[in-house]
Design a protein around this ligand. Structure first.
Ligand code: AMP
Length: 418
């Protein structure tokens, strides 16, 4: 008995008809990141559970509710990575990369979170992320944000940059205590999530999206008014850097990154094309993280962007999916031709000419239909006569015009017309 098995909910296939979009946005990322000196790192999708518990934080939704955790035959507790920064930092420390001075790394790949699937939110999704280690100065913040703006611009994506400073160990604790007291006083006007966050992580309450909480939270004390001198200077320098580079931003006093190790710069790019899940990318400075994970004190700043969300935007913009078409489709007219097509195809491919053929052979009409379906630019019919004379006709699939060509010249002719 046959049984049809479907894929896991919230985990998607990307079929060949769509994959060109993914390849494009990844290729553009590699190109732009290289211009800024970021180099690729590849880390495993499975890491020790403890890495995320410590690196992302036990108190976060990602770790406490959404992570796929399993035991490896009674050994260490493992987890599918829910984000890319922790693993990248682990690798950075484990391989002693810090001894080489400042480093810029990027990654791309699947992440896993057991969230409620909806448009733009999946259980396996893909992120492209960048991390710059070893520079505490605001120049690197501005450069990284500008790079991301550059990247989105190259893809034709219009996104709004929201920017904030979340302070540091010098100024945040006093603010948090005041914020908590302020929120406790207004607990009756806030949602259950806000009330829970007030206790666990009051900063996160500011991030609440529930409409009835908005008028209350709008009035909340602002960290921006309470920054220490160091954080104020840093924030001013990041803004000045972006101004100098012509990158537009909106200061968003309630934009926070929920984790303790985030300091100073926090940023997000959002797009109206996305509906409810409007965040395309989010980033921030995490000067304490390398140390938390056992490395030497090393400042860092990074971001992650969601590839699915980018593809949704590109779709909404009706940007065509790039496709690679064969230059020529080889059609066999008879048995002699059927023997010849594979040999001719091999020679063309060796010369770097993309070609295809219908391995079934058979009727001309069926083969030419297949040539149309794969979008070949030309078709070439090969039979006993062509093999004997060394001459064939190249049929332009669009105009249907036929041009004689010597088989010996075929690769050269097609390379020229590519
Ligand atoms: P985060 O790691 O939560 O800051 O997310 C960074 C980016 O990854 C977001 O701006 C989204 O574009 C994307 N992202 C996060 N979670 C998901 C998800 N469950 N499904 C699809 N994309 C996501």
């Amino acid at each position: 008995m046959s049984v049809k098995i479907s894929g896991v909910k919230g985990m998607n296939d990307v079929l060949p008809g769509q994959v060109g979009r993914w390849q494009e946005l990844e290729a553009v990322a590699r190109e732009i990141f290289a211009l800024y000196g970021y180099r690729e790192v590849r880390t495993p999708v499975v890491e020790p559970h403890a890495l995320f518990a410590r690196g992302v934080g036990e108190g976060t939704d990602i770790v406490s509710k959404e992570m796929y955790v399993f035991e490896d035959k009674g050994e260490e507790k493992l987890a599918l990575r829910p984000e890319g920064t922790a693993g990248t930092v682990r690798a950075f420390i484990e391989h002693g990369a810090f001894v080489e001075g400042p480093q810029k790394w990027f990654y791309m790949g699947p992440m896993f979170r057991r969230e409620r699937p909806q448009k733009g939110r999946y259980r396996q999704f893909h992120q492209i992320g960048c991390e710059a280690f070893g520079v505490a100065e605001p120049a690197i913040d501005a450069e990284q944000i500008a790079m991301l703006a550059d990247y989105l611009g190259r893809l034709g994506v219009q996104a709004t940059l929201k920017l904030n400073s979340v302070g540091d160990a010098a100024c945040r604790p006093a603010y948090l205590a005041d914020l908590k007291a302020w929120l406790v006083e207004r607990a009756g006007q806030l949602c259950a999530d806000c009330r829970e966050r007030t206790q666990k992580n009051p900063l996160r309450a500011l991030d609440c999206k529930v409409p009835s909480c908005q008028p209350v939270l709008e009035q909340a004390p602002r960290l921006g008014d309470r920054l220490c001198g160091g954080c104020r200077d840093h924030f001013a320098a990041v803004k000045a850097g972006l101004d100098a580079l012509g990158v537009a931003y909106a200061v968003e006093p309630r934009l926070v990154r929920g984790l303790d190790y985030y300091v100073r710069t926090a940023y997000e790019f959002t797009s109206d094309a996305l509906g409810a899940q409007s965040a395309v990318a989010g980033g921030g400075r995490y000067d304490g993280l390398v140390e938390t994970l056992g490395g030497p004190p090393t400042p860092g700043i990074g971001f992650a962007l969601g590839e699915e969300r980018l593809t949704l935007i590109l779709e909404a913009l009706q940007r065509p999916v790039p496709v690679r078409r064969p230059a020529v489709f080889l059609i066999s007219a008879d048995e002699a031709g059927a023997k010849e097509v594979l040999r001719v195809a091999a020679a063309l491919r060796k010369a770097g000419v993309a070609c295809d053929l219908d391995g079934r052979g058979g009727k001309f009409a069926r083969q030419i239909k297949q040539a149309e379906r794969v979008g070949a630019r030309y078709a070439l019919v090969l039979g006993g006569a062509e093999v004997a004379s060394g001459q064939a006709k190249l049929k332009d699939m669009e105009t249907r015009a036929e041009t004689p060509v010597a088989l010996a010249e075929l690769a050269a002719v097609l390379s020229r017309s590519a």
